[in-house]
Design a protein around this ligand. Sequence first.
Ligand code: AOS
Ligand code: ZN
Ligand code: ZN
Ligand code: ZN
Length: 426
Amino acid sequence: MIDSQRIHDFNQSHLDEHRFRLGYVRDLLARRGLDAQHIIQQLVAFQVAIPSWALGTGGTRFGRYPLGGEPRSLEEKIQDVGLLNQLNGSSNAISLHIPWDIPEDVPALQQLLQEKKLTIDSVNSNTFQDQQEQAYSYKFGSLCHTEQAVREQAIQHNVECVRYGEQLGAKTHTVWLADGSNFPGQQHFRRAYQRTQESLAAIYEALPSDWTMLIEYKPYEPHFYSMIIPDWGTSYSLCQQLGQQAQVLVDLGHHLPNTNIEQIVGRLLHFGRLGGFHFNGSMYGDDDLTTGSMKPFQLFLIFNELVDGAQDAAVQNPAVAYMIDASHNTKDPLEDLLQSVDNILGAYAKALLVDRTTLGELQQQNDVVRAEELLRDAFLTDVRPLVQEAYRQAGGVLDPVSAYRTQRIREQLIQQRGKLSLSTGL
Ligand code: AOS
Ligand code: ZN
Ligand code: ZN
Ligand code: ZN
């Protein structure tokens, strides 16, 4: 769909302007004792997993407007992620959703993944919908359900997800629970927690020793009175009881308005329990908008914590799984994903500019203004040439969104897959 000659030609036509802008940032950083190439290398190494469910047009409960050319199978989803990775060299992994992505021809899928130089990042279970062949309903919960048979069914589904993931080389299992209640008195808080903990322990038991189990929290939706895992404290407590392979997953949209997410990130790093991210943008709640589109400063501050943790020998946190979890009704989802990765890399680049020794001294001296100014200076630096150079050095294009348009990729996909192709999405 886009061959290396076209990538080369595209870059060639943008190179002059790019060199000029990159030269300026390089000099600016050199004046501060920073090596631009060192930062670019860290950007090249940074990979964000693409969720299989974000490749088709998303929807709200009111409607969905398919734009055509959307992937119809797991193979086509892998092809789409391959395409994104070809453009930006920064998305070499994919998160799967069971049962939407049940692998059928495993050897063929393995070969396709290898061809596209992709890996499976995480498998995600689904107990928020009833499937046709399922014996019991999740209407009143899954892992927290009052009936043991329902809990058993949900446990088995999660174990099955791990088994599917093993076939494709995944190492992470993500659990997000839609369990909760809508009215006071509906659920006994403590007993429901206890049942959830026991169910999770049964899943954990089936986890291979080199796997991680990520536990996601969410304050509301689909339930509006209580959620079984509403906050990071609950996730954290469950992880503590489960063991070292259980980690907290932070979905940026899963917080009440104005929550200090960067502080949560710092706390989890301190406890060595930060397992992964679901990047998206939020204005009100779980809006699943493009990450960084609403609160770029917050995204930068989150990366500031991550970089700080990574550079501090006292922090004992395992590798963090970086994943996108967005869903679009209005944008072409592939363009949205390219923008998301771009915003993530931009925030990361800015965090890498922060002079941590000086910041530490300023904090020690309680010099509030200069500490804040130091962060503002990093945040306000235009790092786009660094991110673009990272794409180029990774074999991608200088401007992925614009290349996607000029190469008419959506039109080609529509031609191949048809105008009305439907895929599973949220
Ligand atoms: C739901 O709100 C959570 O963000 C999930 O992580 C995710 O969107 C879901 O698992 C995708 O189906
Ligand atoms: Zn999520
Ligand atoms: Zn969500
Ligand atoms: Zn979300």
